[in-house]
Ligand binder design. Structure first.
Ligand code: ARG
Length: 572
């Protein structure tokens, strides 16, 4: 919480014994129009108990309250009691904080809590499609915000690197007639694996026995058969190498890659545990946990041939994560289509008596929809072979931005790199600016435009803040600043916006909505553009002060973008 609000609550509490602390905290708000005050206490809820009208109560409190340090006055206005902070003192405290914290501004002190975030987690053998960007970037932004908000945060890539789909790839490799020695296996690139997976679907329609072969190949993997495992390892390595290149481009780093195969030797214990608690029953030859008491279909644990399923491995993973990290929260950033799966897994954990499962949460999100040639919006799927690969989309975005730079500023140094940062950043921003459950209709023109609610619009504000500093050719220190020169309403609007960052970051960890921070970037960019437009900085009598404010705004905007996972550029 803002420290001036804390001081104000402490001053008000003794005068309002009828209000519990949390209620008072919720009641004291920041008026949207700061001319009315920096904080306001609406007195309406007090009227009944005090048998007086709200305006009279506000009057009485205004004269009774002892103004805390840093406040200049309290004023009753209708049913509201408005408080004004001493603007110079508040501005100086905030901007000096930004100066001293620098890249860490926006962060809060460590809180000793741990969160585990499972994100990206794509399936091996399939190209990372454009829609995988969502889990990757929402998870990445959550991880960064949790760390900044003082949590110990562990980022996990729960790779889909185990399951019947590997049986399918093995069947296709064998049927291809190609040599399968270690050297030849290198020719099975990710694009090829992806195509094999698609072809399996087509061919198995005519040759249903292939499904059986695939199941058998996977059962052999689970039984530890060296030949099947050798093929699996090669396919997994190919995917991982390509994934890592993409993650590098997106500047996404995982603490661990404990994918589904990691739990192969840990599922036996889960099955035993379920058995010992009497939770397993047989249904259509499979071992399941019945969940009809919760109005859900059964959670599948073992197939008829004894092989495990997605849920079995997720149960093992949850138990392992709890044991390893002793987390307060464990988040699963996975598309909305898997809601039932996670409800089932969490319910089974609760049936096992794991109270900590209360901290497990599915963080669902909607789809990225793309328009086909006929104008129809759809998700695209790797099974049908029509999902856009993420790499192609990123390359195309960078190329489009480069074309704009070539037209407007052809001599820009390192322009390929700048174009990539802006292009990729634009895609990421476009994805994060919407509330996560909304299906995003992806539109090139819109995402890459420099006007409107876009990444390039925010980058442009950052570039302008940088360019003023470059032209000034000096850095201002807070000790040079005459604070009263920043007390005008125009400067104060920008100052207030800068002060919101730490609270907005904490908000992301409360609602798991990175969009709140993306919206903050847009608001701060708009205030920065406005400030620069309305005020002369260089050569003005208040140059030193305005330059200092520009420096602080740039720091806050860069930090906010980076917490979203977007790299800020300094020139374009
Ligand atoms: N591999 C899965 C998919 O691509 C997502 C895994 C999410 N994480 C988990 N623990 N189930 O659909």
């Amino acid at each position: 919480m803002d420290s001036s609000k804390e001081k104000l609550l402490a001053a008000l509490a003794p005068l309002l014994p009828e209000l519990p602390a949390e209620q008072l905290e919720r009641l004291v708000c920041v008026p949207s129009d700061r001319v009315k005050g920096d904080f306001a206490l609406p007195c309406f809820v007090l009227a009944k108990a005090r048998k007086a009208n709200p305006a009279a109560i506000a009057q009485e409190l205004a004269s009774a309250v002892a103004l805390p340090e840093g406040f200049s006055k309290a004023e009753a206005a209708g049913g509201y009691l408005n408080f004004f902070v001493d603007a110079d003192a508040a501005t100086s405290a905030l901007l000096r904080k930004i100066e001293s914290e620098g890249a860490a501004y926006g962060s809060s002190p460590a809180n000793g809590k741990t969160v585990v975030i499972d994100y990206s987690s794509p399936n091996v053998g399939k190209q990372l499609a454009f829609h995988h960007l969502r889990s990757t970037m929402i998870g990445n932004a959550l991880l960064r915000c949790y760390r900044a908000a003082g949590w110990n945060a562990v980022g996990i890539n729960h790779l889909g690197d185990w399951g019947t789909q590997f049986g399918k790839l093995i069947v296709m490799a064998r049927r291809s007639g190609l040599p399968l020695d270690d050297e030849s296996l290198k020719a099975f690139t990710l694009a090829k694996l992806n195509a094999m997976y698609v072809d399996f679907g087509r061919q198995a329609k005519e040759h249903p026995e292939m499904e059986e072969e695939a199941r058998a190949a996977f059962a052999a993997m689970e039984a530890g058969s060296p030949e099947e495992l050798r093929l699996w390892k090669a396919f997994r390595a190919t995917t991982l190498a390509e994934l890592e290149e993409l993650y590098e481009m997106l500047n996404v780093k995982f603490d661990v890659y404990t994918g589904e195969s990691f739990f192969n030797d840990k599922t036996g214990a889960v099955v035993e545990l379920l058995k010992s608690k009497g939770l397993l029953s047989e249904s259509q030859e499979r071992q399941v946990v019945a969940l009809d008491d919760e109005g859900m279909p059964p959670c599948l644990i073992l197939k008829g041939d004894g092989s495990t399923l997605y849920a079995t491995r997720d149960l093992a993973a949850a138990l392992y994560r709890h044991e390893t990290y002793n987390f307060d929260r464990c988040l699963y950033v996975v598309d909305n289509g898997q809601s039932l799966h996670f409800r089932q897994v969490f319910t089974v954990l609760k049936k096992l008596g794991c109270g900590w499962a209360e901290g497990c949460r599915h963080i669902p999100f909607g789809l990225i929809l793309q328009q086909d040639a006929e104008g129809k919006w759809s998700k695209g799927s790797s099974k049908q072979g029509n999902s856009n690969s993420l790499r192609e989309v990123m390359d195309a975005a960078a190329a489009k931005i480069l074309a704009t730079i070539d037209e407007k500023n052809p001599s820009l140094p390192d322009k390929e790199n700048v174009a990539r940062k802006i292009g990729v950043g634009a895609l990421v921003f476009d994805d994060l600016k919407n509330r996560r459950l909304i299906d995003v209709k992806f539109n090139w023109e819109q995402a890459l435009s420099f006007d409107g609610d876009t990444g390039p619009y925010v980058q442009n504000a950052h570039v302008r803040l940088c360019s003023i500093q470059r032209k000034a050719g000096r850095r201002v220190a807070s000790s040079e600043v005459r604070w009263e020169k920043l007390s005008d309403a125009n400067s104060q609007r920008l100052v207030h916006k800068l002060g919101e960052l730490p609270e907005r970051v904490v908000e992301v960890t409360r609602d798991h909505e990175p969009s709140a921070l993306a919206q903050y970037c847009l608001e701060l960019a708009a205030e920065s553009h406005r400030f620069i437009h309305d005020n002369r900085v260089l050569g003005d009598e208040a140059e030193t002060e305005r330059l200092f404010l520009v420096q602080c705004a740039q720091t806050a905007l860069r930090n906010a973008l980076e917490l979203l996972g977007v790299a800020a550029v300094e020139q374009m």
